[in-house]
Write a protein that binds this ligand. Structure first.
Ligand SMILES: Nc1nc2c(ncn2[C@@H]2O[C@H](COP(=O)(O)OP(=O)(O)OP(=O)(O)O)[C@@H](O)[C@H]2O)c(=O)[nH]1
Ligand SMILES: [Mg+2]
Length: 241
């Protein structure tokens, strides 16, 4: 039985992915939980999948931790990759995080444990001790989150972190709405949180401090993201989910 599945969407993360999996291993092993990592790679041209294949025994059975690799060649994109990972996962608890060290893997056991008391635990830059090394982006994200909170009348501070833990049975209550949640880029997280909020889930935000990505390049330009998220948010406000 797998206790925890950690979904890692990747696009051109060759120089981060193995270090991150090793860091997850270090964080999870003392917890005594059986875990799996699912790398969901959208055919990265930089050889991300190959790096994973070379480093790990992908058929490894019986170990407390295992690594699985899924390479997708159609219907690409961050949100769709995450949905794919969630649907392939075997764990009772599901965790989603970025692969570039923005999200601290050391927090995973604590987030999983807190699901004893909460239905959704999210990493948040905007609660005490949360933050971002990139201060300009921190301020802009903070403002943007205030905008989202005001627009939807929620109390969630970080609607864009994309770092979360949830029990499978809780998340899959929303399965009939997955098509309406999982598309686009990080805006899927706004839709997921809004539904969770409206479903009265108990949500906890734990502080996460984003360090700069270790290697590789961001897939997102600021203005492009700003435009896409604003369109997504307005669509959600006007037409709902
Ligand atoms: N499978 C898949 N993963 C993606 C895709 N686009 C981005 N990712 C992954 O999603 C995560 C977030 O992407 P980032 O480029 O770090 O985006 P960001 O966090 O907004 O930007 P920076 O932190 O500034 O780099 C990373 O793990 C990426 O590898 C995609 O199209 N498919
Ligand atoms: Mg990032």
């Amino acid at each position: 039985m797998t206790d925890v599945s950690i979904i890692l969407p990747t696009y051109n993360e060759r120089d981060n992915i193995c270090d991150l999996i090793d860091a997850i291993d270090q964080a999870m092993t003392p917890s005594g939980l059986a875990w799996e990592v699912l790398v969901v790679d959208d055919s990265s041209p930089d050889g991300t999948a190959e790096a994973v294949r070379q480093r790990y025994d992908l058929a490894g059975k019986g170990a407390a931790g295992s690594v699985k690799l899924h390479v997708r060649s159609s219907d690409k994109g961050l949100a769709k990759a995450i949905r794919y990972g969630l649907e392939q996962a075997a764990g009772c608890t599901l965790v989603v995080m970025d692969t570039d060290f923005n999200h601290d893997p050391a927090l995973i056991p604590q987030m999983v444990d807190l699901l004893r008391y909460y239905e959704l635990v999210i990493g948040s830059r905007f609660v005490m001790r949360g933050g971002m090394e990139d201060t300009a982006r921190y301020r802009m994200s903070l403002l943007y989150n205030v905008f989202i909170r005001l627009l939807f009348h929620t109390q969630i501070q970080d609607n864009l972190s994309g770092f979360f833990a949830v029990r499978r049975e809780t998340l899959f209550q929303l399965q009939p709405k997955f098509d309406r949640i999982f598309y686009g880029y990080g805006d899927y997280f706004i839709r997921l949180l809004l539904l969770a909020w409206r479903s009265d889930w108990k949500i906890l935000e734990v502080p996460v401090f984003y360090i700069l990505r270790r290697h590789g390049e961001s897939k997102t330009g600021f203005w492009e993201v700003f435009r896409d998220y604003t369109l997504a948010v307005l669509k959600l406000r006007l037409w709902g989910l």
